[in-house]
Design a protein around this ligand. Structure first.
Ligand code: G6P
Length: 608
């Protein structure tokens, strides 16, 4: 999704802005631009398409100055062209600004401003903010911004340059992230941490309608009315190397390979090395509260939703706790009923997904307890939820979720164990046995990763596939949904995931000679059923790839079998997802797709 950078300091700002935009490009965008103040005027350059286009223009026409703002835009209002790209200026060019988010009341504001004589050049909601602040500006930038914030509704993160205040960058936000930090050469702002990391690890997150004023020698903070406030500084534990590709060709492949370590880092936070048992204080519910829980509702989007589906299986199987899982964009407009005392779990890698945030706020308004599973410290969801269970995946740069998904599944599994123990569904020893098995998973995952050439060979053989089917039962069905999503996102192959027993109620009509079917069959008690379902499609001409849990034995029903090291059935998703991710990756590579930034997709979807 859109990215913002801002800088003021002692250095020439153009290279700093371009570098920052480069580090945010992973979020997905379709145009980019910068505004730089040279002390007298604000110069703006914007281009459609990739950053390279902007860089080429700037190479022809360099902008010089030590304060500036930059933006990568993922089009929402108005097509992706240079006019609609940010920064936007007011009609008198007194200011330029960049914006992430959506201004919901931009239409009435625009009509009013037009009646007052404002001439608009773009179709964007963002230009309305620029014109609004321009019309309110009477020599005091802070006051004009405070006044404008009172009039705009929606979500926004804004970085603003004023012509009359050349060395200063103003930042405000509500519902869209903005993080600032001071470094050796000046002050920096961005919509996401990676852009700041080359300069500082000490960062401050702006909260609802707060303002940061960046000057070369430091940053000051204000509340929504413009009164000074003090903010705490957060230290980012991961470094800039974690956000680089290293020796891998793509971030996605690097992140798939980081999964064993991401799992280790996550498990370590929830399981005490000293006692070898679940850490008591880290989970959200006391024994008394756990015993009283009647139902949990999990709400999330995309891969996080698929992690939630596995969470349901864990909670119901281990902790005997009825669990509902819903896609956030549906939940927020549904009549979903809730029981008093029913908590809502929000799963989100970024902590900034608009629909998930909306569901969280609905729950809070109704007085429901909110518990997040989140990867980003300081994100909106992590800040606003009553409790946050962090995943320790480190920065995930590729648009397609991989290591964040696996760590979400781990946190859900550990939470289910904690609940099962507290609710008296499992003895301490039974929990210890599960933890012991979980500790073996990262090493076994490495062994699965070593077999990536086998996956690559399969992908190369089937590079022309136009559609694929995934089938599975129980946990495997939830996993199939994620495997199918990866192939759609990364290799643009039409895939669908089906509950294997449901095939004969319609889908099997699609099976013909050569249809590619991936059968995930890791659950031992369901193997005979899976064997029958595989046979049903095999005899109709399907070419079947089976992914199995050390069970072998399905060879006669498929043309290829990937059998990974044995783990208890409940833990099979951790290993089975790896070949599915690799399959999507190598299919995407073989088909020449844009792996880390697939077409039309954004890393974090901060609009409805
Ligand atoms: C986008 C991403 C997906 C992600 C989903 C939810 O669609 O492309 O990879 O799963 O958003 O994001 P979240 O940050 O809330 O987990």
């Amino acid at each position: 999704m859109c990215g913002i950078v801002g800088y003021t300091g002692s250095q020439d700002c153009m290279p700093i802005l371009l570098r920052g935009l480069g580090s945010l490009a992973y979020r997905g965008y379709d145009s980019a631009g910068v505004a730089i103040s040279d002390g007298r005027e604000i110069a703006v350059v914007k281009e459609r398409g990739k950053l390279k286009n902007l860089e080429d223009t700037l190479a022809q026409r360099p902008l010089v100055g030590t304060a500036g703002i930059g933006h990568t835009r993922w089009a929402t209002h108005g097509e992706p062209n240079a006019v609609n790209a940010h920064p936007h200026v007011d009609q008198n060019r007194k200011l330029a600004l960049v914006h992430n988010g959506i201004i919901e009341n931009y239409r009435p504001l625009k009509e009013r401003l037009m009646q007052e004589g404002c001439a608009f050049v773009s179709e964007t909601d963002t230009e309305v903010v620029a014109q609004l602040i321009g019309s309110l500006y009477q020599g005091d930038p802070k006051q004009a911004i405070v006044e404008a914030m009172r009039q705009i509704k929606g979500s926004f993160a804004l970085a603003i340059l004023f012509r009359d205040d050349p060395g200063t960058v103003y930042c405000v936000c509500d519902g869209s992230p903005m993080v600032v930090g001071s470094g050796r050469t000046g002050s920096f702002a961005a919509s996401d941490i990676p852009a700041l990391l080359p300069y500082t690890r000490k960062v401050t997150f702006l909260e609802k309608r707060q303002m940061a004023i960046l000057r070369p020698d430091g940053i000051s903070f204000y509340d929504r009315d413009g009164n000074p406030i003090t903010k705490t500084v957060t230290r980012v534990e991961w470094d800039v190397e974690a956000a680089k590709k290293g020796n891998f060709e793509h971030f996605m492949l690097k992140e798939i390979h980081e999964q064993p370590n991401a799992l280790i880092n996550t498990i370590r936070q929830y399981v005490s090395e000293r006692t070898g048992f679940l850490r008591e204080s880290i989970f959200p519910w006391s024994t008394e509260e756990a015993g009283k829980l009647k139902r949990i509702r999990i709400v999330s989007c995309g891969s996080a939703y698929h992690a939630g589906l596995l969470g349901k299986k864990f909670f119901e199987h281990l902790a005997k706790l009825p669990t509902e899982v819903e896609v956030a964009s549906e939940y927020r407009y549904s009549d979903a009923l809730f029981e008093p005392g029913e908590p809502m779990m929000l799963i989100s890698q970024s902590g900034e997904t608009a629909d998930t945030i909306a569901a969280m706020r609905m729950a809070k308004e109704r007085g429901q307890q909110t518990v997040a599973v989140c990867n980003v410290i300081g994100s909106t969801i992590a800040r606003e939820c009553d409790r946050t269970l962090f995943t320790y995946a480190g920065p995930e740069i590729a648009v397609a979720a991989t290591k964040s998904y696996v760590t979400q599944v781990a946190v859900l599994y550990l939470t289910a164990l904690d609940l099962a123990y507290r609710r008296g569904c499992m003895t301490e020893q039974a929990v210890r046995d599960c933890l012991e098995a979980l500790h073996t998973v990262p090493e076994k995952m490495r062994r699965v990763l070593e077999r990536q050439e086998q996956v690559q060979a399969y992908a190369n053989r089937h590079v022309t596939a136009r559609k694929m089917f995934f089938i599975g039962r129980g946990l495997d069905h939830a996993l199939c949904l994620e495997g199918a999503l990866k192939l759609k996102e990364i290799a643009y192959i039409h895939t669908d995931a089906y509950a294997a027993g449901e095939l004969k109620h319609g889908t099997i009509a699609l099976i013909e000679d050569g249809s590619l079917v991936v059968s995930v069959a890791t659950q031992r008690d369901l193997l005979p059923k899976m064997a029958s379902n595989m046979e049903e499609v095999r005899v109709r001409g399907a070419d079947i790839l089976a992914v199995t849990n050390g069970t072998g034995g399905l060879g006669e029903h498929c043309s290829e079998q990937w059998d990974f090291p044995t783990v208890p059935d409940m833990l099979a998703p951790f290993l089975a997802i790896v070949p599915l991710q690799l399959l999507a990756y190598y299919m995407g590579v073989a088909r020449g797709c844009s792996i880390d930034q697939p077409r039309n997709l954004a890393k974090s979807v901060t609009v409805e």
